[in-house]
Design a protein around this ligand. Structure first.
Ligand SMILES: [Zn+2]
Length: 110
């Protein structure tokens, strides 16, 4: 099957995944992947590959805010029933991490 993305991004080898925040498609390696392994909490995938059903979000505050705004979007994407507090907690951790990364970059460049 040849779809639009396989043609327009043929020079990018990474698989294309959808950000659950903005619903746009991007190469997998530019997105944050997170998984729900236990059915009770969320884990961000960093260096190691985590098994289980995963979802993707852009490395952008707007997308993170949007993706984790309510629990419906996450629960639908991952086919789980997480509580709102679990999702909010994960969102805060993710945002904090992204902000820390930004600060590090600024310090390194100055
Ligand atoms: Zn996005």
């Amino acid at each position: 099957m040849v779809c639009f993305y396989s043609q327009s991004t043929k020079n990018i080898k990474a698989p294309i995944r959808t950000c659950i925040g903005c619903r746009c498609k991007y190469p997998q390696n530019t997105l944050i992947r997170f998984v729900c392994r236990t059915g009770e909490d969320l884990e961000m995938e960093e260096l190691k590959k985590l098994p289980g059903r995963g979802a993707y979000v852009c490395r952008s505050k707007t997308c993170i805010e949007y993706a984790f705004r309510g629990r419906k979007r996450i629960n639908t994407s991952l086919r789980v029933q997480l509580s709102e507090s679990v999702i909010t907690e994960f969102k805060q951790a993710l945002l904090k991490k992204e902000i820390i990364a930004d600060e590090k970059n600024e310090t390194a460049s100055s």
